[in-house]
Design a protein around this ligand. Structure first.
Ligand code: 5GP
Ligand code: MN
Length: 343
């Protein structure tokens, strides 16, 4: 905790310099916490007169474009040269909601080569060594941590309605609507303060949860009805999704958000894995109930990592082979858990 105070104080001094230029980067495939933290920080820096720009290696999903400053994000896929110039020119690079430049896709080499100080604000374990690292794995979300950073550096007056809405978006979505990773009283004190500062909770809920297209519900309905498999020997469920299905249901970024959590609502399922075929790779999402560390499964066999209860990985193999590998590694993963006394 003291370390955190010290690091935030260090950042405060760095931010007091005149004429700073900053870029703000979320992780690849930004989610509510990544976009929410980028939106909030961008707004605060703007209000302090610091030049700033949000950059992504891919795209902000449509359902998060209601957040202030998110529609103005520059994507490397559309405007690579501009991204390179902004990164090369920046004094500060904020890395939000990820612990390593490797999670910045095509931006990573430019960020690594930049002269700027890199500042991580994040809640994933084992952050890269960077100039300033504000990391706390106990918080619900990067947005919860960013609330502390903003209030300690600038005071709570800096939290406008737009900033409060953005911070709440990250806290709410990273905890599955305050269901997991959200048992610390501090999280609710922060939400209470955001409400006092004007958070429009009903608006945020409507934007995040009530703006679906019919095609998204059909995609999820198809996945649950026709694709979900549950093991008869282990408390494991998997959902493989093909590129053809994504196309059939007119997939847009964010349409599969939350699907991987649904099998965990089955009484005897403790681990859920979604395996999604993309054009260039297969993406895996792991979720668990209780103390089952799915990040170890992702790290050991699927080039990934993440949190205890929510992790991800990727493979450059055909979908069927990845599905086979998931089933093959289930017994190995459960042996590992048994050795640790976790099952
Ligand atoms: P999601 O399933 O939502 O894509 O990812 C869940 C969590 O797993 C993310 O918050 C992130 O911490 C982690 N994660 C996802 N994909 C990767 C990956 O490819 N590598 C690593 N190290 N972590 C990942
Ligand atoms: Mn997060």
């Amino acid at each position: 905790m003291e370390d955190l105070d010290k690091t935030i104080a260090e950042l405060k001094i760095r931010l007091s310099e005149k004429g700073l230029k900053a870029v703000i980067i979320p992780h690849i495939s930004p989610d509510g916490d990544a976009a929410g933290s980028c939106s909030a920080l961008s707004e605060v820096l703007f209000r302090c007169g610091i030049q700033r720009q949000i950059l992504t290696c891919d795209f902000m999903p449509e359902y998060l474009r209601f957040l202030k400053n998110i529609p103005e994000t520059i994507s490397y896929q559309e405007r690579a040269e501009e991204c390179k110039c902004l990164i090369a020119d920046a004094d500060l690079i904020f890395m939000l909601d990820h612990n390593t430049v490797k999670r910045e896709g095509d931006l990573a080499p430019w960020v690594s080569a930049a002269k700027a100080d890199r500042i991580i604000i994040d809640h994933h374990p084992e952050p890269d060594c960077q100039q300033i690292v504000i990391s706390d794995t106990r918080v619900s979300s990067t947005c919860e941590l960013l609330y502390q950073v903003i209030t300690r550096i600038w005071g709570r007056e800096m939290i406008t309605v737009d900033v409060a809405n953005a911070l709440y978006t990250g806290i709410n979505t990273d905890t599955g609507g305050l269901s997991h990773n959200s048992s610390r009283p501090q999280t609710y004190r922060i939400i209470a303060d955001l409400l006092e500062l004007g958070l429009d909770k009903a608006f945020v809920h409507r934007q995040i949860y009530q703006m679906n297209h019919l095609s998204r519900l059909r995609l999820i309905g198809n996945a649950l009805l026709n694709k979900l498999q549950v093991s008869s020997s282990y408390p494991v469920a998997i959902i493989p999704i093909t590129l053809e299905e994504l196309e059939r249901y007119n997939y847009k970024d964010g349409d599969l958000e939350g699907l991987v959590n649904i099998p965990l609502s089955i009484h005897n399922v403790c681990v859920s894995v979604q395996i999604t075929e993309r054009r260039e790779r297969v993406k895996l999402s792991f979720r668990s109930k209780g103390n089952i560390p799915v990040n170890e499964w992702a790290r050991e066999w699927f080039n990934g990592g993440g949190h205890l209860n929510a992790a991800g990985g990727q493979m450059q193999l055909p979908l069927e082979e990845v599905v086979r590998k998931v089933w093959e590694t289930v017994p190995l993963f459960f042996d590992l858990l048994k050795n640790k006394g976790l099952v």
